[in-house]
Design a protein around this ligand. Structure first.
Ligand code: CP
Length: 299
C-alpha cells in the first residue's frame, strides 16, 4: 500500500494480511527501521487512542516521530492542510498520520505530484476511521477466528459515526451478518444495504458481537432527545441486558466511552468486554499499517 486512507480501497486479502501481520507483532515480532524513517502525526481533532497508539507503534518500530502541534504551528497563521503536508514531505517526512474534521481530506494529498510521503487516515470527519476498523476486525478475529456468518450488532449514533461506516462496509464484505439498533432518528435507510434494524431487547439475545458506538456529541448539539439515563434505559447496554447475551458473545466499543450512557459503567471491564483489548490491539494494527505503507512507497 502506498497510502492507507479508507477500508473500501483494500481487498479482503489485504485486510486479512494486515490483521495477520498485526497478530505477529502482538506475538513479539519486532521490525526496526533504526531511526531511518520519519513520521509526523497531524491531529486537527482531539484524540487519545489513535494519536498515542500510532506514536507507540512508531516508537516500537524505530521510526523517528517529528513533533507537531497545530496550535503552535503555522496553521494558526492560516496555512492549509495541503501546504502543511507539503512542508512535512519537503523536509523529509516519510509518513503522515492525519486526523482532520473534513471528510476525505486526504484526496488532494494523495493526488499531489509533489507530496511524496505516505498518508494514513486517522479519522476524517464523519467519513471513515480505517485504522479503528482494522483493530476492531483484529479483535473479532482473535476471538472467533472467522467472519463468515458471524452475527454483529452495531448500536447507537450510527449517522455520525465514522467507526460505524468503516466497520459496516468491511464486515459485510467479509461475510458477517449485520444488525443495527439505537435511536431510529440516528438510523439512515442507506444502512439497509449492510444489515437490518432490530430493537435492542431482541438483538441482545442473538448476536455474537455487540459493538456499541460513542454518542458523537461534538457532531450534534445534545444527546438527541434523551437525557443520559433515558438513553441508557432505551438503547444502552445495561447489566440486565448483558445477562441475556449469548454465553460466548463479546462487547466492543471504540472508546472513549460515555459511561452510563452507551453502557452501564460496571460493564466496561466485565469478562465479556473487549474494550481494553481493542485499545491494546490498536498498537499492533497500526504497526502493520505503518509497515505496509513504508513498504509500498514509490521510489
Ligand atoms: N477510538 C478512537 O478513535 O479514540 P480517540 O478519539 O481517542 O483516538
Amino acid at each position: 500500500l502506498e497510502h492507507f486512507v479508507s477500508v473500501e480501497a483494500l481487498t479482503n486479502e489485504e485486510v486479512l494480511a494486515l490483521i495477520g501481520r498485526a497478530g505477529e507483532f502482538k506475538k513479539g515480532v519486532h521490525p526496526s527501521y533504526d531511526d531511518k524513517k520519519y513520521a509526523v502525526n497531524l491531529f486537527f481533532e482531539n484524540s487519545t487512542r489513535t494519536h498515542k497508539s500510532f506514536e507507540m507503534a512508531e516508537n516500537k518500530m524505530g521510526i523517528k516521530v517529528i513533533d507537531f502541534e497545530p496550535s503552535t504551528s503555522s496553521v494558526t497563521k492560516g496555512e492549509s492542510l495541503y501546504d502543511t503536508v507539503l512542508t512535512m514531505s519537503a523536509i523529509g517526512v516519510d509518513v503522515a498520520v492525519i486526523r482532520h474534521p473534513s471528510e476525505a481530506f486526504y484526496s488532494e494529498l494523495i493526488a499531489s505530484p509533489t507530496i511524496t510521503c505516505s498518508i494514513i487516515n486517522g479519522g476524517d470527519g464523519a467519513g471513515q476511521h480505517p485504522s479503528q476498523c482494522l483493530l476492531d476486525l483484529m479483535t473479532i478475529y482473535e476471538e472467533f477466528g472467522y467472519f463468515e456468518g458471524l452475527k454483529v450488532a452495531i448500536v447507537g449514533d450510527l449517522t455520525h459515526s465514522r467507526v460505524a461506516r468503516s466497520n459496516m462496509q468491511m464486515l459485510k464484505r467479509l461475510g458477517a451478518t449485520l444488525y443495527f439498533s439505537g435511536p431510529p432518528e440516528w438510523y439512515d435507510e442507506s444502512f439497509d444495504q449492510y444489515g437490518q434494524y432490530v430493537p435492542m431487547d431482541d438483538l441482545i439475545k442473538i448476536v455474537d458481537v455487540m459493538m456499541l458506538l460513542r454518542i458523537q456529541h461534538e457532531r450534534h448539539e445534545t444527546y438527541g432527545n434523551f437525557s443520559k439515563p433515558a438513553y441508557l434505559t432505551m438503547y444502552g447496554l445495561t447489566e440486565s441486558r448483558e445477562s441475556k447475551m449469548l454465553d460466548h458473545a463479546i462487547i466492543m466499543h471504540p472508546a472513549p466511552v460515555n459511561r452510563d450512557v452507551e453502557l452501564q459503567s460496571t460493564l466496561l471491564e466485565c469478562p465479556r468486554a473487549r474494550i481494553v483489548a481493542q485499545m491494546a490491539n490498536g498498537v499492533f494494527t497500526r504497526m502493520a499499517i505503518l509497515e505496509a505503507v513504508l513498504a509500498g512507497q514509490k521510489g
